[in-house]
Ligand binder design. Sequence first.
Ligand SMILES: *[C@@H]1O[C@H](CO)[C@@H](O)[C@H](O)[C@H]1NC(C)=O
Ligand SMILES: *[C@@H]1O[C@H](CO)[C@@H](O)[C@H](O)[C@H]1NC(C)=O
Ligand SMILES: *[C@@H]1O[C@H](CO)[C@@H](O)[C@H](O)[C@H]1NC(C)=O
Ligand SMILES: *[C@@H]1O[C@H](CO)[C@@H](O)[C@H](O)[C@H]1NC(C)=O
Length: 489
Amino acid sequence: MLLKKYVKTRRKVKILLLVTIVALIVITCIILLGSSGPNGSTIERLLDERFIARAYQPQSEQLQQPKEQAVALLQPHRENGVIVPEKYDEHKIKARIMQNRLQQVKQQQRDNEAEQSRTTVDALTTAVHIFYTAPVPWYKSKKPPLPQPEHPNEVALPLTTPKPVKILNTAFYPALGLYKPSAKLLGQHFENIRNCGIGVIILSFVRPSDPALLHQILELAPQHNLSVTFELSVAGNRTLDFVRQQLQEIAAYVDLPGFYHVYSQSRAALLPVLYVSNAYKLSESLGRQLCRPTAQELAEQLNVPKNVGGLRRVLDALFIGHIRLKSHADVLRRLCFDGFYSKLPSNGAVFASTWKNWSYLKSYALSYKMLFVPTVGPGFAERNKFPRHGDIQRHRSNGRYYGVAWRTAILNHVGFINIASYNNWPDGSQIEEVVPRAGFLDYNPGSRTKYLDLTAHWVGNFLKTRQEAASAAAGAVLNCYELLNNTIC
Ligand SMILES: *[C@@H]1O[C@H](CO)[C@@H](O)[C@H](O)[C@H]1NC(C)=O
Ligand SMILES: *[C@@H]1O[C@H](CO)[C@@H](O)[C@H](O)[C@H]1NC(C)=O
Ligand SMILES: *[C@@H]1O[C@H](CO)[C@@H](O)[C@H](O)[C@H]1NC(C)=O
Ligand SMILES: *[C@@H]1O[C@H](CO)[C@@H](O)[C@H](O)[C@H]1NC(C)=O
């Protein structure tokens, strides 16, 4: 009896759960539809309307024209509200078919022209950096689901421990397939990045590193007028030894001609730039290893503590650390980092990723002579969602999400902007070309190169805004933001 009752209520619970889930899906759909409707107008107003009009008009024309034709063809002729059957007129029908074919050919020509007239930027700027992944981890392993028990109340006991299965780990499908880095592919990617006006790629430096691939990229990038910088990570190990080891390895690359350097006026030196992922986790464990001796300590030379600047003696660079919370900016300042970046392109997920907090971070950086590098991205979509840091998925809204991120970054007059990402497919934050494919997301109704075009547009916009600021200040002393020759204060 008791068992029966239990089963019944469990079923009820299941049904209730199902109903809740369905209701939630419906509500989400309504909200999503609503936000792309008139409610999104506040976001749209922020965008460069002229560009939007140019970028989206041909697309909507393409979509609407054939529909109107179809409607015209389907609408029967009426007289006084009564449908009059069309007389069979061979000549008329042939003419109509010809006309339709002509229109189709014209449409195709227009499509091809649109494909060819890609937006590109001729000028290159080292002020925009982009995260680049090589090789892309297309698959991840997952424990297989337990076999279904034969009776609902039985618990299946697996006879053998199931082997993990490899599952595809991307929500979008790449136009170039599930590629591996080759000279040809890297060349193609670098050309695309260059055509967006981006001058620097950020390569993830993971241990054990693949020196052959890193050398190949560092050799190839300058041929496309690109420089390379690394992003090292302290996510798995925050010890000083680990950081030092990574810097020792990276030191072997920074003197190669492809490595990115920036001229620092205050230090009167050309310095490599390094990003440090998860830097906020270092807390105080680094001590003063990244600090330079103060003027007072230098004056009393003997008193400089031995650990001061230890890491900078291994490799002196502009260290830009990853932050998430408001307090992390203070942490990195105390650790003597040269700047910070937000890394996660999900607006609202954490303090640093929230667009409206960027003005605070900018002024914080300014008052402590640090660099704030906002990270912009077109969206975020993990295929196999797992709740890492709460919900960080972000819908692309046909490019509007990316547009607001760029606008905010540009309006904050920052010296550098980085983009997540060129090809981080597992995060679904890529701007690379996609192909429509069943079971995968794509850029519809935009073209497959949509996010490359948008990137070129916004990089151009960023350059123009800074050039205008610099020429407005002509004659007067330029402030840090107005220096365009790869120089910082
Ligand atoms: C690329 O580099 C070459 C030679 O280094 C230079 O002549 C050319 O102007 C550069 N192109 C751009 C767009 O900067
Ligand atoms: C961290 O890295 C150091 C240096 O490589 C190593 O000695 C230490 O065992 C590592 N610690 C952990 C927890 O992996
Ligand atoms: C920063 O972003 C958070 C959301 O992550 C928000 O709650 C907070 O009010 C923002 N702070 C400022 C100063 O805008
Ligand atoms: C960059 O421009 C500033 C201001 O015009 C100038 O002072 C500085 O020397 C230039 N730096 C380099 C590396 O050319």
